[in-house]
Design a protein around this ligand. Structure first.
Ligand code: AMP
Length: 114
């Protein structure tokens, strides 16, 4: 049983600013924002990282993307754009080992990747 900080947030054991929640996922504001808008889109199913995704999880990924689209429309980032990032394991920069996707928006983001 995983017990990451995101599991504790989902269980309401520690506080977070919750942007949205449904049966599949929760969206919270990142505690250390890297852009004016920085949310984390986190599936409720325990999945450690991209490497543990299975084909049966396809609907989860689609829901994560759909929620990003909806947030972009809600906050007016749909035409100017935004960035979605998923870090995978240590070398990919993952620090919380429950699958999540960063959504960054609200400014012109830099072009660097590494
Ligand atoms: P990653 O490095 O891709 O695993 O991203 C983990 C993210 O979780 C980082 O951007 C952290 O700032 C964020 N984070 C860690 N703890 C919290 C928390 N309690 N509430 C909101 N965001 C958090």
């Amino acid at each position: 049983m995983s017990n990451t900080i995101f599991h504790k947030i989902m269980a309401r054991e520690i506080p977070a600013t919750i942007e949205l929640e449904n049966d599949v996922l929760i969206v919270i504001r990142d505690i250390n924002p890297q852009a004016p808008f920085h949310c984390l889109i986190i599936p409720k199913k325990t999945i450690r990282s991209i490497q543990e995704l299975q084909s049966e999880d396809a609907h989860i990924l689609m829901e994560m993307m759909s929620v990003a689209q909806a947030l972009a429309l809600k906050y007016g980032f749909d035409s100017q754009g935004y960035r979605l990032v998923m870090n995978c394991e240590e070398w990919g920069g993952q620090t919380v080992f429950q699958l999540h996707m960063h959504m960054l928006a609200g400014k012109q983001l830099s072009g660097g990747f590494a």
